[in-house]
Design a protein around this ligand. Structure first.
Ligand code: NAD
Ligand code: MG
Length: 362
């Protein structure tokens, strides 16, 4: 079991990581000044609930906590105003007060929704993240919580840091391969933007997705969280360096939106986005990353490595101009200077379209 403190500009909180971490919840809660008798409200989804809810509930009930649960449907569509409202209704009916704690048991969807419920219930109560996906190493730290609006993803939200993150890696054993791959793209991203040594370790140790088990999986999560937390510590409200976390996401988001959410997983879209960002970096800086054979490396995990034939590059460019980093319609992309070092660069539409076309013909 690994335990360390996450530090952000506004808060310090513990993170427990390892097989069996969920069993440590009661002692963790006591250390957070949540005595037995405290009301705990678990929010989870209908895939995770049959797998782990009983176990988590029993651990907490045995320690004499007053436990309630609310189950949302699984999938991105559940990050909706309707489910947000339903959670609030259930929380009020259960009589949660300002000392109660919400427990987000699930992937990033549950974490984002439950975190936003916690951020706004009675103007904000405490919550704990219990991530059950690899991708959630990214969403469980940083304090961004949100729901979707039909007109845009994550449009309604807040910054609200959890009291603790409890990452029981044994829960990841039931994760479908495609979800593991999706989360692994963000692990690779964290290495590429910030940590050459971790990148070298990934290349040497994680040959296929089957290597993402046991201690190696825990190390990927630990490093991913460490890098994410260090970026967030420098820039909690996203005015500067936090934009680096968007490496691969300018094209990635455009692809997800153009193909319709769900056609590619987030990680698959980000993987193609990272390869395009490297392609642009080579042209922008006049240097080559060919020796790294990144596309082959990605393909080895089963990531798509090129644009789907059906997408029109001009439409992708339009979507990229709507990215949150764009100023006045000028695309700003995170480019790779070196492995482990990135920067945000403004790019002209004409150049981008040319590069998108070249990239799509590869
Ligand atoms: P998810 O929560 O939808 O989980 C993916 C799928 O796996 C779901 O069907 C879920 O039911 C299932 N699942 C979860 N745990 C499982 C387990 N242990 N065994 C079997 N199945 C399991 O998606 P995700 O990929 O974890 O997260 C994506 C969400 O995270 C997006 O909404 C995204 O916006 C958000 N996100 C937020 C941040 C942030 O900073 N707040 C960062 C990255 C992503
Ligand atoms: Mg992402």
């Amino acid at each position: 079991m690994i335990e360390w403190m996450i530090e952000t500009a506004t808060k310090r909180y513990p993170l427990l990581l390892g097989d069996g971490a969920a069993r440590e919840l009661p002692s963790l809660l006591r250390s957070l000044a949540c005595p037995p008798g405290t009301k705990l409200f678990i929010i989870t989804d209908d895939t995770v609930a049959p797998l782990y809810l009983d176990e988590v509930r029993a651990t907490l009930a045995a320690a004499e906590y007053d436990v309630y649960a609310y189950i949302i449907p699984s999938g991105e569509a559940a990050k909706s105003f309707d489910n947000y409202y339903a959670c609030q209704t259930a929380a009020i009916k259960c009589g949660l007060d300002r000392r109660s704690v919400i427990v987000a048991l699930g992937g990033g969807v549950v974490g984002d929704l439950a975190g936003f419920v916690a951020a706004t219930y009675m103007r904000g109560i405490r919550y704990i993240q219990m991530p059950t996906t690899l991708l959630a190493h990214d969403s469980a730290v940083g304090g961004k919580v949100a729901i979707n609006h039909p007109l845009g993803k994550n449009m309604i939200g807040a910054f609200h840091q959890p009291e603790a993150v409890v990452y029981d890696t044994s829960f990841l054993r039931t994760l479908p391969e495609r979800e593991l791959r999706s989360g692994f793209a963000e692990v690779i991203k964290h290495a590429l933007i910030r940590d050459r040594r971790f990148y070298d370790w990934l290349r040497a140790e994680i040959k296929t997705l089957a290597d993402l088990r046991g201690e190696k999986l825990a190390y990927c999560i630990e490093k991913g969280i460490d890098i994410k937390a260090s970026v967030v510590r420098e820039d909690e409200k996203e005015t500067g360096v936090r934009a680096h976390l968007n490496f691969g996401h300018t094209l990635g988001h455009a692809l997800e939106s153009e193909l319709g959410y769900g056609a590619l997983t987030h990680g698959e879209a980000v993987a193609v986005g990272m390869l395009f960002a490297v392609f642009v970096s080579e042209r922008f800086y006049g240097r080559s990353f060919a020796e790294h054979r990144l596309a082959d490396w990605f393909a080895g995990y089963g990531f798509p490595v090129s644009l789907p034939a059906a997408v029109q590059t001009r439409r992708l460019l339009e979507k990229m101009k709507g990215d949150k980093k764009a100023y006045a319609g000028t695309v700003r992309m995170v480019l790779l200077c070196e492995i482990g070092d990135v920067e945000v660069v403004e790019l002209e539409d004409d150049n981008l379209l040319t590069w998108l076309d070249e990239f799509s013909r590869q």
